[in-house]
Design a protein around this ligand. Structure first.
Ligand code: MLT
Ligand code: MN
Length: 298
């Protein structure tokens, strides 16, 4: 199985259009790599490809990835399938790039499909050509030849745009936050673009994974507040911080996953600086941050 990290940044990317924090200014100046918004491509045969989430940066991600270019004229795409793990802006708006009368399938929970159906802009994804498949978490489906997939429900919250009027957005997370489990020829990839807390099933699957791609939005729980760039804690945003109590390094210490990589890394995260003590802390715990365009062959 091939897994390509198309984008390793969180919502906003690195640099973010309105941010002049250290990671953004360094990326604006070309001194450190840019990170587009989180999306992952996968394939068993190298010809048919699926996406996990369609980010607002999808067009440039496709251009940067030859395997995703059209291979036959006049109109075609090797992208046959898109699995959505939620309905955040950074997870679904790339679907709008995929208009132009092209056949592909969308796999998502019924909540996420309903959110897309409720927004008439997404009607540009022509209905007979773009089939929507509602997935029940835990049930296997076949997004591509040679790949078996399932969605794993996780603690999270409703999308940011749906929070208004909810006292506790995390109390309504059912169907809004899932991981994707991919299996091909006995190899397993566990892809988690967002997660507020671990579950027993996640830990079991991660322990046997050949590749664990896990959200690394923030380094510390109070990062947005401390940097003056936000008002919410990491947990309140539905994201486990990398460090601290209940953070990813602590939770996955001892996890048997063969490769552990962070994706969905926010531009405030001090570990983006490859020479920082924060990055060293990740390395010491057996983690790295995935780069845009990084290819894993499992
Ligand atoms: C998140 O991961 O928290 C969301 O992408 C937030 C957003 O849409 O800005
Ligand atoms: Mn996000």
């Amino acid at each position: 199985m091939y897994v390509i990290v198309l984008g390793s940044g969180a919502g906003g990317g690195v640099p973010q259009w309105n941010a002049l924090n250290s990671a953004s200014s360094s990326a604006f100046a070309g001194k450190s790599p840019q990170r587009s918004q989180c999306s992952v491509a996968f394939s068993a045969n190298g010809r048919d490809w699926g996406l996990i989430n369609a980010s607002p940066d999808l067009r440039s991600q496709i251009i940067a990835t030859p395997a995703l270019h059209p291979q036959t004229g006049p109109r075609s795409s090797p992208i046959k399938s898109v699995i959505l793990t939620g309905a955040e802006i950074d997870q679904i708006t790339g679907l709008l790039t995929m208009r132009e009368r092209q056949t592909f399938e969308i796999h998502a929970t019924s909540n996420v499909l309903a959110a897309i159906a409720a927004n008439p802009v997404f009607q540009v994804l022509n209905h007979p050509l773009v089939a929507r498949h509602a997935c029940n978490p835990g049930e296997n489906f076949t997004p591509l030849p040679g790949i078996s997939a399932s969605l794993l429900p996780l603690p999270g919250k409703v999308p940011l745009w749906a929070e208004a009027g909810l006292a506790d957005p995390a109390a309504h997370c059912d169907g809004w936050c899932v991981a994707v489990i991919l299996e091909s020829a006995g190899k397993h990839a566990v892809i988690v673009p967002g997660c507020a807390a671990p579950t027993g099933r996640l830990m079991e699957l991660a322990d046997n994974a050949d590749l664990l791609l896990f959200e690394g939005t923030l380094f510390t729980d109070d990062e947005m507040i401390r940097t003056g760039e936000g008002t919410k804690t990491s947990f309140r945003m539905g994201h486990m911080p990398m460090t601290g109590p209940g953070g990813t390094l602590e939770v996955f210490a001892g996890c048997g996953a063969r490769l552990k990589r962070f994706i969905h890394v926010n531009n405030t995260n001090p570990a983006l600086d490859a020479s920082s003590p924060a990055r060293q802390t990740l390395r010491d715990a057996g983690w790295e941050i995935a780069s845009d365009g990084e290819v894993f062959v499992l």
